[in-house]
Write a new protein. Structure first.
Length: 220
């Protein structure tokens, strides 16, 4: 179970505070694949970063006994001056993988990401799509209770998107996913429940189709 306890998150702008969540107490149930919807700027990616502990609430707390991947698709967290290989090795060490496991993970991520020679080049030379490929492959090399995915499946050509989706479907046989996407077909395929972020509040639906309906109504 994932609990938001009186969570407030805002950013300061020239026009004052921009609230993403305001005094929000909310429970995301376990053992579900969750689709997260909302208009641009509604705070979907910020919610993902808070779950992945890249950002934190201004007030309140998020509590869970589950493990979360880093947000796949956001492209943050890498060291720009280090190569793709070095970044993968560094993350593996942080998570306590053995030398053999590290080499296996490096080989897997290099093959999956299809970065070729760029895998041996600094991350700062990567496009956003290349970073997303590396992030996606790296996340698949670990076991988490939840994969956090922010539009990653839209990266690359049709063949790579197909491969990524197939890999994700295999992975979520043993874990769950929190997915931000504007692709309603993908949400319906992968997710069973949904959350809509709107006007600094989260709205939960037991059926992903009901969440999509609210999202459609918001955009009329």
């Amino acid at each position: 179970m994932i609990e938001l306890r009186n969570v407030t998150k805002y950013f300061r702008t020239t026009k004052g505070k921009k609230y993403i969540l305001k005094n929000s107490t909310f429970t995301i149930p376990s053992d579900h694949n969750v689709g997260i919807l909302g208009r641009n700027g509604a705070g979907k990616s910020t919610l993902m970063r808070m779950l992945g502990k890249i950002e934190f609430p201004n007030k309140g707390e998020i509590v869970s006994d589950k493990s979360f991947s880093w947000p796949m698709g956001l492209g943050g967290g890498f060291q720009g001056n280090m190569t793709g290989r070095s970044n993968v090795k560094f993350v593996c060490r942080i998570y306590g993988k053995s030398s053999k496991e590290i080499e296996e993970s490096i080989a897997f991520v290099k093959k999956f990401s299809e970065l070729g020679d760029y895998f041996e080049m600094p991350i700062k030379t990567y496009s956003s799509g290349m970073k997303s490929r590396l992030t996606f492959g790296l996340s698949l090399a670990f076991d988490f209770d939840y994969l956090l995915i922010d539009e990653t499946l839209s990266v690359g050509d049709a063949r790579f998107r197909k491969k990524s989706k197939e890999a994700l479907m295999k992975k979520i046989e043993t874990c769950n996913v929190l997915l931000v996407s504007h692709d309603m077909g993908t949400l319906r395929t992968i997710c069973d429940v949904g959350i809509v972020s709107h006007e600094a509040k989260l709205h939960y639906f037991d059926d992903i189709n009901d969440a999509i309906k609210m999202y459609d109504d918001i955009n009329i």
